[in-house]
Ligand binder design. Sequence first.
Ligand SMILES: NC(=O)C1=CN([C@@H]2O[C@H](COP(=O)(O)OP(=O)(O)OC[C@H]3O[C@@H](n4cnc5c(N)ncnc54)[C@H](OP(=O)(O)O)[C@@H]3O)[C@@H](O)[C@H]2O)C=CC1
Ligand SMILES: O=C(CO)COP(=O)(O)O
Length: 320
Amino acid sequence: MSVSVLGAGAFGTALAISLAGKGAVTLWSRDAGHVAEMAESRENARRLPGMPLPQNLNVTSELQQAAQNRVLLLAVPMQQLRRMLDAHRAELTGKVLVACCKGIELTTGLGPIEVMREALPEAHHALLTGPSFAADIAMGLPTALTLACADPDLGKSLQQSLNTANLRLYRTTDTLGAEIGGALKNVIAIACGAVIGAGLGDSARAALMTRGYAEMQRLARHLGAEADTLAGLSGFGDLALTCTSTLSRNYRLGLALGRGEVFDPTVTVEGAATAHATDAKARAMGLDMPITACVVGLLDGKLTLDAAMTALLTRPLKEE
Ligand SMILES: NC(=O)C1=CN([C@@H]2O[C@H](COP(=O)(O)OP(=O)(O)OC[C@H]3O[C@@H](n4cnc5c(N)ncnc54)[C@H](OP(=O)(O)O)[C@@H]3O)[C@@H](O)[C@H]2O)C=CC1
Ligand SMILES: O=C(CO)COP(=O)(O)O
């Protein structure tokens, strides 16, 4: 099955490179100048430098051309997903849309599957998520991800067609659980980066990862997702990777916050908007998510790291 990847960022390019090992792939960018550069240099120097584009990876800025394939991977940032769907409704109707983004939409509190269902109900929807850095995938290093699709037959078919030599896919029908894990791990990674950046130590990070995971599970349970999904690649797996690696942009934003440094605002950091969206949602539902609330306070400059740590350490004592 031929596939196209819409969005020539770091992740979309890496997925296209890996999929090209199985057959022809089309990579679409909205920017014709970017496409011309990639076609000329056979590299995506803007977003994923140093990774050669295989010959059977076709780059285009014509969405109609990319949309000739039935399966379309949507590799744009979460807060851009609806805009992209709205802009290309005619070409995307009836297609199999696999969102590759991680986050919660700020304006609605919805995850990628729910946004696709709302914006393009006439398409089929799935989610590709889990622990993997674009550079690792593009280099051919081994990775394992979750393919989430509510329709079990479509999920099986996508698992077969998107599995590659270095991208091992597991599947689930619990799209909500997969969305929550992928979105929330970025928020906890910002918190972990902040404590490491401030020199508070690995023990503090382990505490935040564990209690952050408890927050992820709490939200998942409350919304009706399956707890087991959170224990898989899309939840625990991605949490472990993102909270411990300086390759993560969310973790690096946290490091900068902890060190009192400025972070490049043009870098895609999904956890920032997702922290705000989740905090608002949790408050509206009366759900206790103290680490998420502290991340919002830190991002907004309304809470110092010292104050955040004091707030977390002096909460009422309770059972684990
Ligand atoms: N990078 C990684 O290692 C991984 C990323 N992800 C997820 O993938 C998603 C994308 O991240 P990533 O690829 O790293 O981000 P990048 O910042 O590298 O790239 C984002 C891409 O999206 C494009 N884009 C933005 N808005 C639109 C729009 N409205 N219409 C069309 N294209 C648009 C940008 O195009 P332009 O250049 O024209 O602005 C750019 O090519 C995120 O949700 C991230 O969490 C998941 C796993 C790993
Ligand atoms: O999602 C990722 C790893 O699984 C990439 O993390 P960052 O977006 O923090 O770079």
